[in-house]
Design a protein around this ligand. Structure first.
Ligand SMILES: *[C@@H]1O[C@H](CO)[C@@H](O)[C@H](O)[C@H]1NC(C)=O
Ligand SMILES: *[C@@H]1O[C@H](CO)[C@@H](O)[C@H](O)[C@H]1NC(C)=O
Ligand SMILES: *[C@@H]1O[C@H](CO)[C@@H](O)[C@H](O)[C@H]1NC(C)=O
Ligand SMILES: *[C@@H]1O[C@H](CO)[C@@H](O)[C@H](O)[C@H]1NC(C)=O
Length: 496
């Protein structure tokens, strides 16, 4: 038997006795086990939802003042900032992503807590231009117990994005982090408690998506579901949620085009593409997974891109010099390999990479891979979620726009052009929830984030996310003196 440390669910302000079922979490770069977590059964899920609900109804958080919510979220930001070195190492070991990426990403996460703290304190209701001697106020209140299903690629970033918005609006939150990288999120229970959040307001429940996640999303007692994951997960939870009239915010897949125009110097275009494509080994929903390159610079671009891709340092994620870490699992390595195989069958030209690799004989690594292919190929239309990138030669601006729009996804896209009019023209025509001009991956707590088409619905970040965690009440106040219908005196006056 293993002597691995076990981390049990965080419920009602404490770690609970371990569940019977346990899940082993491994470091994908070394394949060594890290710790175990609970696999939470259906009966426990119901109990947790019930206790969240009674806590929500108590009003201890849902009726707390805006200034109290501001203080708790701000304190959580300060605590998180003071513990970043711990979380950077933890996140690197759970995900296999390079420590230099996790350092950059984690250092920004407290901003999400600060932003939503400020929004809690400053967000105001409205008064409508209602006709007559009437004052119509619109006020917002929290929804109730909300369920958040978060992924393994940016474990803490995405969980905090969702938790901060929901708590700022006064909800009670149940988070189910990914079973592949749960610990940084699980540790947030204690951190929020230290920040002054009432116990029972943030519950963190571990398990598999197909079990624990599904049980949470099937409950008619939850008020909203916020999911970051795949279309399949959405399809699995949507029928019950829809029957129960539970709204879903869904951040699903993507196939982001990186549109490269000749006005950009090739050196700059290549750096842009490397950044867009290979951050997190291509395991983000906005990975620049299709490089749409204008034929005027195509040959020059491709030769430099291949040279630079081959030079990327694949290695131990804990090493500060490593640029490309592991992918999350053996299954992910196999998925990447199968996309390469399909691309070859469809006459794709593998320019570099193309296969699994190991570091010190261990780990789930895949070589950064570039494949020249057609816009219609399997690789160009389906999400890999790994470092296998399609390069497509495009004849014109129109063709770039048409190909950019040609997948079933519509999440992120970037346009690289030094021609001001062209950049705007193209950005305007691309159908995507997030379009960057001369940038990629740029993200801010104030900037709404979410896609169209099969990439999902609703937004994270910004006022949109905050408001999506509230319900609006219209209160209509009549201050008129006019008699109303069925008023006897009026009837008498008129006909008497
Ligand atoms: C809220 O949760 C805390 C911690 O479990 C508990 O002590 C308290 O009684 C709960 N309040 C209600 C009204 O359920
Ligand atoms: C979810 O929906 C399925 C199919 O309609 C149904 O059999 C099941 O009982 C539902 N789950 C819950 C918890 O209501
Ligand atoms: C292309 O990819 C999709 C999604 O992975 C898959 O369902 C389909 O079978 C693939 N087509 C071929 C020809 O491999
Ligand atoms: C791209 O999609 C947008 C939104 O659907 C549409 O307005 C535009 O015409 C499309 N452009 C092309 C070339 O398909």
């Amino acid at each position: 038997m293993s002597s691995l440390q076990h981390h049990s669910n965080w419920v009602n302000g404490a770690h609970q006795p371990p569940a019977e079922g346990r899940i082993h979490v491994i470091n994908p770069a070394t394949e060594s086990p890290l710790f175990t977590i609970d696999s939470t059964p259906s009966s426990t899920v119901s109990t947790i939802i019930q206790s969240s609900l009674s806590n929500f109804s108590s009003g201890i958080w849902s009726s707390s003042s805006a200034s109290d919510r501001y203080l708790v979220l701000s304190k959580a930001a300060t605590l998180l900032r003071s513990r970043l070195p711990h979380y950077i190492r933890l996140e690197t070991s759970q995900t296999g992503r390079p420590i230099r990426e996790m350092t950059a990403q984690l250092s920004r996460i407290p901003e999400w807590l600060e932003y939503f703290a400020s929004l809690a304190r400053t967000h105001e209701g409205r008064v409508t231009p209602f006709k007559g001697p009437v004052v119509n106020t619109l006020t917002r209140s929290p929804l109730g117990v909300v369920v958040q299903i978060t992924p393994w690629n940016h474990p803490l970033l995405i969980a905090i994005k969702k938790i901060a918005a929901a708590l700022a609006a006064g909800n009670s939150v149940i988070v189910k982090p990914s079973e592949s990288a749960p610990l940084s999120v699980l540790e947030m229970g204690k951190l929020f408690q230290e920040a002054g959040l009432p116990d029972g307001t943030l519950q963190i429940v571990c398990g598999y998506g197909r079990e624990t996640g599904k049980f949470l999303c099937e409950s008619p007692l939850v008020a909203k579901i916020d999911l970051t994951g795949g279309l399949q997960t959405y399809a699995a939870i949507a029928p019950n949620a829809s029957k129960n009239l539970i709204p879903i915010t869904a951040e699903l897949g993507g196939k982001a085009p990186v549109c490269i125009f000749p006005s950009v110097p090739v050196e700059k275009a290549v750096k842009a593409a490397l950044f867009a494509s290979f951050i997190a080994s291509g395991q983000t929903c906005v990975t620049g997974s299709r490089l749409l390159v204008h034929s005027d610079i195509y040959d020059e671009f491709v030769s430099l891109m291949v040279e630079r891709t081959k030079a990327l340092r694949v290695g131990d994620p804990m090493d500060e010099r490593t640029q490309i870490g592991a992918v999350i699992s053996r299954a992910s390595v196999e998925r990447c390999a199968s996309f390469v195989m399909k691309a070859v069958i469809e006459n794709g030209n593998v320019l570099c990479g193309g296969g699994p690799t190991r570091v010190d004989g261990k780990g789930f690594f895949f070589q950064p891979t570039l494949i020249e292919t057609s816009a219609e190929s399997n690789l160009s239309c389906n999400e890999v979620f790994g470092p296998v990138i399609a390069i497509i030669r495009c004849k014109s601006e129109d063709e770039i726009i048409q190909i950019a729009n040609s997948t079933s996804f519509a999440l992120g896209a970037s346009v690289w052009s030094n021609d001001f009019s062209q950049a705007h023209r193209v950005a305007e025509k691309i159908d995507a929830g997030i379009v960057w001009i001369n940038g990629h991956h740029l993200n801010d707590p104030s900037s709404p984030w979410g896609g169209f088409k099969e990439s999902g619905m609703g937004k994270e970040n910004g006022i949109e996310a905050f408001e999506s965690y509230t319900k609006v009440k219209s209160t209509i106040i009549n201050y008129g003196q006019e008699p109303t219908w069925f008023d006897d005196e009026v009837e008498n006056a008129r006909y008497g």
